[in-house]
Design a protein around this ligand. Structure first.
Ligand code: PEP
Ligand code: MG
Length: 856
């Protein structure tokens, strides 16, 4: 590792330059010392100057851990001090004084050293650092003012001083010494993480990227410009580079492309870029960036909002709305020319301060939160953001906050226009914009407020930095109007163990401080629930221990199994004494994968789930990709109605190998563990599909094979299906969706998406009777299985096992232990004969009410 000493006349300048440089590398990635100032005067004020002894001490300190030291200096006497320091130092590692610009050189040197560069290479990077600016400004320097006015974000695309040209692709390439064409090979294209990698890899050289054939062009140094390139999987990108270190930088950047930025190189045809799936294209997070809509209707006490439960658990607490967004700074105010330098400096300092705050939070965070915060930090450190805002101040007299607002908003608009993954970055860009403005204005940051009491955070959508800030606070649940199951909110809520509901339309209309009951399993939010409801929910959320044996009052055994999505869930389920696994949603192991997992990887993932259930039944569902669970590696195509499209088993029509590989992996995992593995297919509609699936499973060496009953067609064909499969499991979530023709993601139709709907119950009953006639098991693994009031009805319909989230086991066990099979049969008959969902509930209640039943 090469160490870097920064010699400056001013301690403040030295520290600020260091701070800026360290933004560019991972924490601890570089060894840098600042030797700045000439001590303090009698009043304790810093004295401008340089001190050769301090420089020598800094070199000696670095020499203990480094193989060489590069020294950068600001002005005149700093050079003399550095030269003298070479005489004074005690160490003997090679030391080089760099004839490099102080700030740019320090940035380039730090990045190069962090990347493991040798002393010569680090020195060359530093010396060539000015080339980036020269390349960007070039002949335009003379007309900087004109260019600055063209940089106004709302104006036609054009180069700002220090900014990119969106409009003149190729202009720079004429001056470029090196160029290369690469292809975007990762599934998700150039989103924030790849952009950050490109920025880091190209540091020190003037590298530009242009999306071919006629897309925009961006400087590799600019994270936000790179995002706006809109480069997606399969796109070709021209790389051009100029100046010292250009070829090496091109090699580094090209290697990143070739490697798919470490995200894998999709097996999909590279010439046919995959469109984001329809469900992603219509992802509401695209519009998730604005503040809570002030026109949103106030939600009245007693109302129940429905959304998508993305992180389980039930809590009740007062609502806190996400911190008020900043008011748009006035665009009519003009800064006098004499005050513009101060405004520019306010922007620069604020950007550094925000990057620093985010860096500190990045250091303190871990896992997903860390990666997300790091991407935001890089956005805040983006030199283009500051350069463009500066141009607006200098050329148009915008105030500092207004300039940042305009530049940030323009970047966000461009990202939103690109849609898909790029649009998911909109919230990040606006978050950074607002943080910088708040810093300039010295006002409270927008975002998650701090509270001493537990609270439910409600927002239109949460910026990544907000969700990451929740760790360790008093937030007990999250509710957002936008977002999907793979949004940041969902991912971080799950990793923090906070119950969360997303896509809850109207949630920001819930008045602050209203008490809400959030159910992350069912995806509901009840506003100002009655004391009884809260009490019932409290009781319901209190986990009742399960003794590991489900049975009715008359002794009939009714196995109670767990739904799991991976190893951690499986361990929790085993600890909760689940009698096995009734649904292993294998797609949950690979939601973020751009490349199909290899057979070996799959074997490892499946074994980790089987291991805790040695000797027990584990029902593994093959990948249920599609609809609301698009898996990038399945190459999802845009569809008008994804829920009715190529999802679940239907994927095997397109990618039979994917299914065969999974079955092979499952068979291998089953051989290596002692759980009793059973396999089932999701989204089956015909007997032929079931037969084909069974044949494939058997040829892979899997013995017990079943199908899910999720479509009305499968339910009605149950008798015929039993002729070819060993068991079925009813997915009530989808069965309700398809029976009632009501999108299960649409909160507004929640009353239709109800397993108590008699039409749904009658289909379940038909399946139960077919199972009984065939003498084969009928499970339920949809959410309905975890409803203690419904469980006896399901048993009465002929269901022979129930599979649910681990927390529900004890409660369902208690409900079943209080009823006989005959009670269940009569309750089912009553519920199935009802005319509506509420009537069905009431009818079952009337049958089952008895003093021993804990539910009634
Ligand atoms: C169901 O549809 O009920 C089910 C269990 O499958 P998923 O919720 O994963 O679609
Ligand atoms: Mg389903």
């Amino acid at each position: 590792m090469i160490g870097v000493v920064a010699v400056s006349h001013s301690a403040r300048l030295g520290e600020a330059a260091l701070e800026l440089a360290l933004q560019m590398v991972p924490s601890g990635g570089a060894q840098v010392r600042v030797a700045a100032g000439a001590g303090t005067d009698a009043d304790g004020s810093p004295v401008l100057g340089t001190d050769a002894v301090a420089v020598a001490a800094a070199i000696d300190e670095l020499a203990e851990d480094c193989d060489g030291v590069l020294v950068l200096m600001d002005l005149g006497s700093a050079v003399l001090s550095a030269e003298l320091a070479l005489e004074l130092r005690a160490s003997d590692v090679p030391v080089r004084l760099a004839p490099a610009p102080f700030v740019e050189g320090l940035l380039a040197a730090v990045v190069s050293a962090s990347a493991g560069g040798e002393l010569d290479a680090v020195a060359a990077e530093a010396a060539g650092a000015l080339a980036a600016k020269t390349g960007q400004l070039g002949d335009d320097l003379a007309s900087a003012a004109d260019a600055a006015s063209a940089a106004a974000p709302d104006a036609a695309p054009g180069p700002a001083p220090g900014a990119d040209s969106d409009a003149a692709p190729g202009a720079d390439s004429r001056r470029s010494a090196f160029s290369r064409t690469v292809r975007v090979r990762n599934a998700l294209g150039i989103h924030a993480r790849p952009a950050a990698l490109i920025a880091e890899a190209s540091a020190g050289a003037v590298v530009r990227l242009r999306r071919l054939p006629d897309g925009p062009e961006a400087s590799a140094a600019s994270l936000s410009r790179l995002l706006v390139l809109g480069a997606r999987h399969g796109d070709e990108v021209e790389l051009t580079a100029d100046g010292p270190g250009a070829e090496a930088a091109l090699d580094r950047v090209a290697a990143l492309f070739d490697d798919g930025f470490g995200e894998g190189t999709s097996c999909a045809s590279a010439s046919e870029p995959a469109e984001p799936p329809a469900s992603t294209r219509s992802d509401p997070s695209v519009s998730a960036t604005s503040a809570p809509d002030p026109s949103s209707t106030t939600v009245a006490p007693g109302a129940v909002l429905r959304g998508r439960g993305v992180s389980p658990g039930v809590v009740s607490a007062p609502v806190v709305l996400l911190g008020a967004p900043l008011v748009e700074p006035d665009g009519a105010v003009t800064v006098a020319p004499a005050d513009r330098a101060a405004a520019v400096s306010a922007i620069e300092w604020a950007a550094v301060a925000v990057a620093d705050q985010l860096r500190r939070r990045t250091d303190a965070a871990s896992g997903e939160s860390r990666a997300i915060l790091d991407a935001s930090r890089l956005l805040a450190s983006d030199p283009e953001l500051v350069a463009e805002a500066t141009a607006l101040v200098q050329a148009k007299g915008r105030t500092a906050p207004r300039a940042v607002w305009e530049v940030g908003s323009a970047h966000a608009r461009k990202l939103a226009a690109l849609g898909g993954r790029m649009a998911e970055r909109v919230a990040d860009v606006l978050d950074v914009r607002d943080r910088i403005i708040a810093e300039i204005l010295d006002v409270d940051l927008p975002g998650v407020p701090e509270r001493d009491e537990p609270f439910v955070l409600v927002a239109r959508d949460l910026a990544p930095a907000d969700t990451a800030a929740l760790d360790g606070g008093n937030c007990v649940a999250l509710v957002t109007e936008d977002g999907g199951p793979t949004s940041h909110t969902a991912i971080i809520a799950r990793s923090l163990g906070l119950p969360a509901v997303v896509a809850a339309a109207g949630a920001t209309g819930i008045p602050a401080d209203s008490v809400v009951l959030v159910d992350g399993d069912r995806g509901t939010i009840e506003v100002e629930p009655s004391a009884e409801v809260v009490e019932a929910a409290r009781a319901a959320s209190a986990v009742i221990a399960f003794d590991g044996r489900g049975a009715l009052a008359d002794g009939e055994v009714l196995p109670l199994l767990a739904n799991v999505g991976g190893a951690a869930d499986a361990e929790t389920a085993a600890a909760a004494r689940a009698e096995g696994v009734g649904l292993f949603r294998t797609e949950f192991c690979f939601l973020d994968r751009a490349d199909a997992p290899s057979v070996d990887e799959q074997v490892a993932a499946y074994r980790a789930v089987l291991r805790p259930f040695a000797g027990c039944r584990v029902v593994v569902r093959t990948l249920d990709a599609g609809s609301d669970k698009p898996l990038p590696f399945t190459d999802p195509q845009p569809e008008e109605n994804p829920a009715l499209g190529v999802r679940g088993l239907r994927l095997a029509r397109r990618s039979p190998q994917l299914l065969d590989d999974q079955l092979r992996a499952l068979a291998a995992a089953a051989r290596q563990e002692s759980a009793h593995v059973e396999v089932m297919a999701p989204m089956v509609a015909t007997v032929a599909e079931a037969r084909g699936f069974v044949e494939r499973c058997r040829s892979a060496g899997l013995e017990r094979v079943g199908v899910m009953i999720e479509t009305p067609s499968a339910a009605l064909l149950a008798a015929e299906l039993f002729a070819v499969v060993d068991f079925v499991s009813i997915g009530t979530n989808d069965l309700a969706q398809y029976t009632m023709a009501a999108d299960r993601l649409l909160g507004e139709l929640g009353d239709l998406n109800d397993p108590w709907q008699p039409a749904v119950l009658r289909l379940i009953h038909a399946v139960g009777q077919a199972g009984r006639a065939a003498g084969k098991p009928v499970g339920v693994c949809g959410e309905a299985a975890g409803d203690p009031a419904l469980a006896p009805v399901l048993v009465g319909c002929g269901v022979t096992s129930l599979s649910m989230s681990s927390r529900g086991l004890g409660r369902v066990a208690a409900a079943l232990a209080a009823v006989t099979h005959e009670d269940c049969r009569r309750a089912a008959e009553a519920a199935c004969s009802a005319s509506g969902a509420e009537e069905a509930r009431a009818a079952a209640r009337r049958v089952l009410a008895n003093p021993e039943n804990p539910l009634y």
